[in-house]
Design a protein around this ligand. Sequence first.
Ligand SMILES: C[S@@+](CC[C@H](N)C(=O)[O-])C[C@H]1O[C@@H](n2cnc3c(N)ncnc32)[C@H](O)[C@@H]1O
Length: 215
Amino acid sequence: MALKTNYEKWYETEDYFWGTEPAQLCYELVKLVPPGKGVKVLDIGCGEGKDAVFMAKQGYEVYAFDITTNGISKTRKMAKENNVEINAFVADINDFRINEEFDIIYSTGTIQYLEDDKIDGFFEKVKNMTRPGGVNWFNVFVDKPFIPLPPDWDEGEKMWRTGKLFSYYPDWKFERVDETIFVCHSSGVPHVHCMDVLVARKYPKEIITVEDLNE
Ligand SMILES: C[S@@+](CC[C@H](N)C(=O)[O-])C[C@H]1O[C@@H](n2cnc3c(N)ncnc32)[C@H](O)[C@@H]1O
Protein backbone atom coordinates (compact mmCIF):
# COMPACT_ATOMS: atom_id res chain seq x y z
CA MET A 1 0.00 0.00 0.00
CA ALA A 2 1.31 3.49 -0.85
CA LEU A 3 2.57 5.53 2.07
CA LYS A 4 0.33 8.43 3.02
CA THR A 5 3.26 10.53 4.13
CA ASN A 6 6.02 12.53 2.46
CA TYR A 7 8.41 11.92 5.36
CA GLU A 8 10.06 8.94 3.64
CA LYS A 9 11.31 11.41 1.02
CA TRP A 10 12.05 14.19 3.52
CA TYR A 11 14.24 11.82 5.59
CA GLU A 12 16.35 10.71 2.60
CA THR A 13 19.14 13.22 3.21
CA GLU A 14 22.16 12.71 5.49
CA ASP A 15 21.21 15.64 7.70
CA TYR A 16 18.40 15.45 10.24
CA PHE A 17 15.11 17.04 9.13
CA TRP A 18 14.13 17.62 12.81
CA GLY A 19 17.69 18.17 14.08
CA THR A 20 19.28 16.10 16.81
CA GLU A 21 18.17 17.95 19.96
CA PRO A 22 15.40 16.29 22.00
CA ALA A 23 11.99 17.89 22.34
CA GLN A 24 11.10 19.64 25.59
CA LEU A 25 8.60 16.87 26.34
CA CYS A 26 11.50 14.49 27.07
CA TYR A 27 12.64 16.62 30.02
CA GLU A 28 9.04 16.69 31.28
CA LEU A 29 8.83 12.89 31.02
CA VAL A 30 12.09 12.34 32.90
CA LYS A 31 10.62 14.28 35.83
CA LEU A 32 7.28 12.45 35.71
CA VAL A 33 8.67 8.90 35.49
CA PRO A 34 12.38 8.84 36.35
CA PRO A 35 14.61 6.40 34.47
CA GLY A 36 15.81 3.17 36.03
CA LYS A 37 16.47 -0.45 35.27
CA GLY A 38 13.56 -1.94 33.34
CA VAL A 39 11.67 1.35 33.01
CA LYS A 40 10.25 1.10 29.51
CA VAL A 41 9.40 3.79 26.98
CA LEU A 42 7.56 3.66 23.66
CA ASP A 43 8.01 6.48 21.10
CA ILE A 44 5.27 6.34 18.46
CA GLY A 45 6.22 8.05 15.17
CA CYS A 46 9.80 8.53 16.31
CA GLY A 47 10.92 10.19 13.06
CA GLU A 48 14.73 10.11 12.87
CA GLY A 49 15.11 9.23 16.55
CA LYS A 50 16.22 12.38 18.37
CA ASP A 51 13.81 11.88 21.30
CA ALA A 52 14.19 8.09 21.46
CA VAL A 53 17.99 8.39 21.57
CA PHE A 54 17.81 11.01 24.31
CA MET A 55 15.52 8.75 26.37
CA ALA A 56 17.86 5.77 25.88
CA LYS A 57 20.78 7.94 27.04
CA GLN A 58 18.85 8.69 30.24
CA GLY A 59 18.76 4.95 30.97
CA TYR A 60 15.27 3.95 29.81
CA GLU A 61 14.65 0.79 27.81
CA VAL A 62 13.38 2.33 24.58
CA TYR A 63 11.10 1.00 21.86
CA ALA A 64 10.43 3.29 18.91
CA PHE A 65 8.68 2.98 15.60
CA ASP A 66 7.86 5.05 12.54
CA ILE A 67 6.28 4.23 9.22
CA THR A 68 9.36 5.38 7.28
CA THR A 69 12.31 3.06 6.66
CA ASN A 70 14.58 6.09 6.27
CA GLY A 71 13.49 7.40 9.69
CA ILE A 72 14.17 4.04 11.34
CA SER A 73 17.57 3.67 9.63
CA LYS A 74 18.54 7.11 10.90
CA THR A 75 17.22 6.30 14.38
CA ARG A 76 19.41 3.18 14.49
CA LYS A 77 22.39 5.14 13.18
CA MET A 78 21.94 7.90 15.78
CA ALA A 79 21.60 5.28 18.54
CA LYS A 80 24.84 3.59 17.44
CA GLU A 81 26.69 6.90 17.33
CA ASN A 82 25.51 7.58 20.88
CA ASN A 83 26.39 4.08 22.13
CA VAL A 84 22.83 3.25 23.16
CA GLU A 85 20.47 0.47 22.17
CA ILE A 86 16.95 1.10 20.90
CA ASN A 87 14.35 -1.38 19.72
CA ALA A 88 13.55 0.59 16.57
CA PHE A 89 11.24 -0.82 13.91
CA VAL A 90 9.01 0.16 10.99
CA ALA A 91 5.29 0.06 11.79
CA ASP A 92 2.07 1.91 11.08
CA ILE A 93 0.34 3.68 13.98
CA ASN A 94 -2.94 2.29 12.59
CA ASP A 95 -2.08 -1.37 13.11
CA PHE A 96 1.10 -1.78 15.19
CA ARG A 97 1.43 -4.71 17.60
CA ILE A 98 3.85 -4.85 20.50
CA ASN A 99 3.62 -7.49 23.17
CA GLU A 100 5.12 -5.32 25.93
CA GLU A 101 4.06 -3.05 28.77
CA PHE A 102 5.45 0.46 29.16
CA ASP A 103 5.93 3.09 31.85
CA ILE A 104 5.89 5.92 29.31
CA ILE A 105 4.13 5.97 25.96
CA TYR A 106 4.49 9.18 24.00
CA SER A 107 4.01 10.49 20.51
CA THR A 108 4.62 13.94 19.14
CA GLY A 109 3.33 15.22 15.81
CA THR A 110 2.00 11.81 14.75
CA ILE A 111 -1.43 10.79 16.07
CA GLN A 112 -3.11 12.93 13.42
CA TYR A 113 -2.11 10.09 11.04
CA LEU A 114 -4.62 7.78 12.75
CA GLU A 115 -7.49 6.81 10.48
CA ASP A 116 -10.92 7.76 11.87
CA ASP A 117 -11.98 4.18 12.58
CA LYS A 118 -8.68 3.37 14.32
CA ILE A 119 -8.66 6.15 16.92
CA ASP A 120 -10.80 4.48 19.63
CA GLY A 121 -8.87 1.21 19.33
CA PHE A 122 -5.53 3.04 19.43
CA PHE A 123 -6.30 4.65 22.80
CA GLU A 124 -7.67 1.41 24.22
CA LYS A 125 -4.44 -0.30 23.16
CA VAL A 126 -1.96 2.28 24.49
CA LYS A 127 -3.87 2.63 27.77
CA ASN A 128 -3.83 -1.17 28.24
CA MET A 129 -0.12 -1.29 27.41
CA THR A 130 0.70 1.27 30.13
CA ARG A 131 1.75 0.02 33.56
CA PRO A 132 -0.05 1.41 36.64
CA GLY A 133 1.64 4.68 37.60
CA GLY A 134 2.86 5.16 34.03
CA VAL A 135 2.09 8.11 31.77
CA ASN A 136 0.88 8.80 28.25
CA TRP A 137 2.05 12.01 26.55
CA PHE A 138 0.32 12.98 23.30
CA ASN A 139 -0.12 16.07 21.20
CA VAL A 140 -2.29 16.67 18.16
CA PHE A 141 -2.99 19.50 15.72
CA VAL A 142 -6.49 20.90 16.14
CA ASP A 143 -8.73 22.77 13.75
CA LYS A 144 -9.47 26.45 14.32
CA PRO A 145 -11.46 28.57 11.86
CA PHE A 146 -8.89 31.38 12.21
CA ILE A 147 -5.82 29.24 11.36
CA PRO A 148 -5.13 28.25 7.72
CA LEU A 149 -3.99 24.72 6.81
CA PRO A 150 -0.14 24.53 6.98
CA PRO A 151 1.71 24.58 3.60
CA ASP A 152 3.34 21.19 4.31
CA TRP A 153 0.16 19.43 5.50
CA ASP A 154 0.72 15.74 4.71
CA GLU A 155 -1.60 13.44 2.75
CA GLY A 156 -2.47 11.14 5.66
CA GLU A 157 -2.93 13.86 8.30
CA LYS A 158 -6.26 14.91 9.78
CA MET A 159 -6.97 17.93 11.95
CA TRP A 160 -8.67 16.99 15.23
CA ARG A 161 -11.45 18.80 17.03
CA THR A 162 -10.29 20.73 20.08
CA GLY A 163 -10.60 18.66 23.25
CA LYS A 164 -11.11 15.29 21.55
CA LEU A 165 -7.72 13.99 22.76
CA PHE A 166 -8.63 14.75 26.38
CA SER A 167 -11.88 12.80 26.09
CA TYR A 168 -10.02 9.47 25.90
CA TYR A 169 -8.63 9.71 29.44
CA PRO A 170 -11.52 10.40 31.87
CA ASP A 171 -10.36 7.49 34.04
CA TRP A 172 -6.73 8.66 34.36
CA LYS A 173 -5.20 11.56 36.28
CA PHE A 174 -4.43 14.57 34.11
CA GLU A 175 -0.89 15.81 34.73
CA ARG A 176 -1.16 18.48 32.00
CA VAL A 177 -3.93 19.64 29.69
CA ASP A 178 -2.93 22.36 27.34
CA GLU A 179 -3.75 24.12 24.07
CA THR A 180 -1.15 26.31 22.40
CA ILE A 181 -0.90 28.39 19.25
CA PHE A 182 2.63 28.74 17.88
CA VAL A 183 4.70 29.47 14.78
CA CYS A 184 6.33 26.47 13.08
CA HIS A 185 9.24 26.71 10.60
CA SER A 186 9.05 23.19 9.13
CA SER A 187 9.28 23.19 5.31
CA GLY A 188 11.05 26.57 5.49
CA VAL A 189 7.76 28.49 5.25
CA PRO A 190 6.74 29.89 8.66
CA HIS A 191 3.13 29.00 9.52
CA VAL A 192 0.80 28.78 12.50
CA HIS A 193 -0.40 25.66 14.34
CA CYS A 194 -2.83 25.09 17.16
CA MET A 195 -2.01 22.02 19.23
CA ASP A 196 -3.66 20.16 22.10
CA VAL A 197 -1.32 18.49 24.59
CA LEU A 198 -2.27 15.86 27.13
CA VAL A 199 -0.13 14.23 29.77
CA ALA A 200 -2.12 11.68 31.76
CA ARG A 201 -1.14 9.15 34.41
CA LYS A 202 -2.71 5.74 34.93
CA TYR A 203 -3.57 5.89 38.60
CA PRO A 204 -1.64 3.16 40.44
CA LYS A 205 -4.52 2.17 42.73
CA GLU A 206 -8.08 1.09 42.02
CA ILE A 207 -9.50 3.14 44.87
CA ILE A 208 -7.86 6.15 46.46
CA THR A 209 -8.33 6.70 50.20
CA VAL A 210 -7.90 9.68 52.50
CA GLU A 211 -4.88 7.92 54.01
CA ASP A 212 -3.24 7.69 50.58
CA LEU A 213 -3.27 11.48 50.30
CA ASN A 214 -2.09 12.06 53.87
CA GLU A 215 0.95 9.84 53.42
C1 LIG B 1 5.88 15.63 12.58
S1 LIG B 1 6.83 14.16 12.38
C2 LIG B 1 7.35 13.89 14.06
C3 LIG B 1 8.55 13.02 14.18
C4 LIG B 1 9.11 12.85 15.59
N1 LIG B 1 8.11 12.46 16.56
C5 LIG B 1 9.81 14.12 16.04
O1 LIG B 1 9.22 14.89 16.79
O2 LIG B 1 10.95 14.34 15.58
C6 LIG B 1 5.56 12.93 12.13
C7 LIG B 1 6.11 11.51 12.02
O3 LIG B 1 5.00 10.61 11.86
C8 LIG B 1 5.43 9.58 10.99
N2 LIG B 1 4.25 8.91 10.43
C9 LIG B 1 3.42 9.32 9.46
N3 LIG B 1 2.43 8.44 9.25
C10 LIG B 1 2.64 7.44 10.14
C11 LIG B 1 1.96 6.22 10.42
N4 LIG B 1 0.85 5.87 9.73
N5 LIG B 1 2.45 5.40 11.36
C12 LIG B 1 3.58 5.73 12.04
N6 LIG B 1 4.28 6.88 11.82
C13 LIG B 1 3.80 7.72 10.89
C14 LIG B 1 6.26 10.30 9.95
O4 LIG B 1 7.08 9.44 9.24
C15 LIG B 1 7.01 11.30 10.84
O5 LIG B 1 8.24 10.76 11.28
